[in-house]
Ligand binder design. Structure first.
Ligand SMILES: *[C@@H]1O[C@H](CO)[C@@H](O)[C@H](O)[C@H]1NC(C)=O
Ligand SMILES: *[C@@H]1O[C@H](CO)[C@@H](O)[C@H](O)[C@H]1NC(C)=O
Ligand SMILES: [Ca+2]
Ligand SMILES: [Ca+2]
Length: 211
C-alpha cells in the first residue's frame, strides 16, 4: 500500500483514539531546587511536612503562605489520599526532603467551579512548595514490612500485637498484654475485611482512588 494512505489511516485512527477525548488536566511541575543527597522519594501514603506559598495565576496575588500566615509552622499532610487538592497529590510525588517545586495547578485539580475563600471560581493556582521532611505513613509499604515479621505478605494477630508492644515501649508506655489483645481484636474487626484471620497487604494499604 502507498505510504500516504497509511499515514492518512493512521491519522484518522489517532484522531479517534486521542483527538476525540478531552485532554486530561495536568499539573505542571518545575523543580526549583533538588538536594544533592536524597535518601528516599515521596510516594502515596507518605506523610510530608511542607512549607508553601500559593498564588493566583490570574494576577499573582499570594493567597496563602505557611511561613507568614497562621502559626507560621510547616504543615503535615498525607500524600495521595485527597487530604489535599488533587494537584498536590499528583505534583508532590517523587520528591526528596529539601526539594522545592513550583506547581501550576488547573482549576479541575484545585478548587474548580466553586473556588474557596480568597480563591475565585475557575482559578489556576501556582504553588511554591518545599518538602521539609518525609515520614512513612501509617499505611505505607515500609510500615507493613516492618510489621510483617515472617515476610509472608500478611499480618497475623501475633505480628500486630508485637508491633503494638514495640510502639508502646517506643513511646515510653508499659506494654500491657490484655490491653494489646483488646486492641488487636478491634483492629482486625475493622481491617480484616475477608475475615481470614490475617490482614493482607491489600487490606492494609490505602485503596487510592484513581488520580
Ligand atoms: C487579584 O484577583 C483577586 C481575585 O479576582 C482579587 O480579589 C484581587 O484583588 C486581585 N489583586 C490585584 C492586585 O489585582
Ligand atoms: C492493662 O489493660 C487492661 C485493659 O485495658 C486494664 O484493665 C489494666 O488495668 C491494665 N493493666 C495495667 C497493669 O496497666
Ligand atoms: Ca506475616
Ligand atoms: Ca484478611
Amino acid at each position: 500500500m502507498i505510504p500516504e494512505l497509511w499515514t492518512c489511516i493512521f491519522s484518522v485512527l489517532f484522531y479517534y483514539v486521542h483527538g476525540a477525548k478531552l485532554p486530561e488536566p495536568e499539573v505542571k511541575i518545575e523543580v526549583l531546587y533538588k538536594p544533592f543527597l536524597c535518601h528516599r522519594k515521596s510516594k502515596y501514603g507518605d506523610i510530608l511536612l511542607v512549607h508553601y506559598e500559593g498564588f493566583l495565576e490570574s494576577n499573582g496575588t499570594m493567597f496563602h503562605s505557611s511561613r507568614h500566615h497562621g502559626d507560621k509552622n510547616p504543615v503535615w499532610l498525607t500524600l495521595g489520599i485527597r487530604e489535599v487538592i488533587k494537584g498536590w497529590d499528583m505534583g508532590l510525588q517523587g520528591m526528596c526532603a529539601g526539594e522545592k517545586r513550583k506547581l501550576t495547578v488547573p482549576p479541575a485539580l484545585a478548587y474548580g467551579k466553586e473556588g474557596k475563600g480568597k480563591i475565585p471560581p475557575e482559578s489556576t493556582l501556582i504553588f511554591d512548595i518545599e518538602i521539609i521532611e518525609i515520614r512513612n505513613g501509617p499505611r505505607s509499604h515500609e510500615s507493613f514490612q516492618e510489621m510483617d515479621l515472617n515476610d509472608d505478605w500478611k499480618l497475623s494477630k501475633a505480628e500486630v500485637k508485637e508491633y503494638l508492644r514495640k510502639e508502646f515501649e517506643r513511646h515510653g508506655y508499659a506494654a500491657n498484654d490484655t490491653h494489646h489483645e483488646v486492641m488487636v481484636e478491634d483492629i482486625f474487626q475493622k481491617e480484616d475485611e475477608d475475615n481470614d484471620g490475617f490482614i493482607s497487604a491489600r487490606e492494609f494499604t490505602y485503596k487510592h482512588d484513581e488520580l
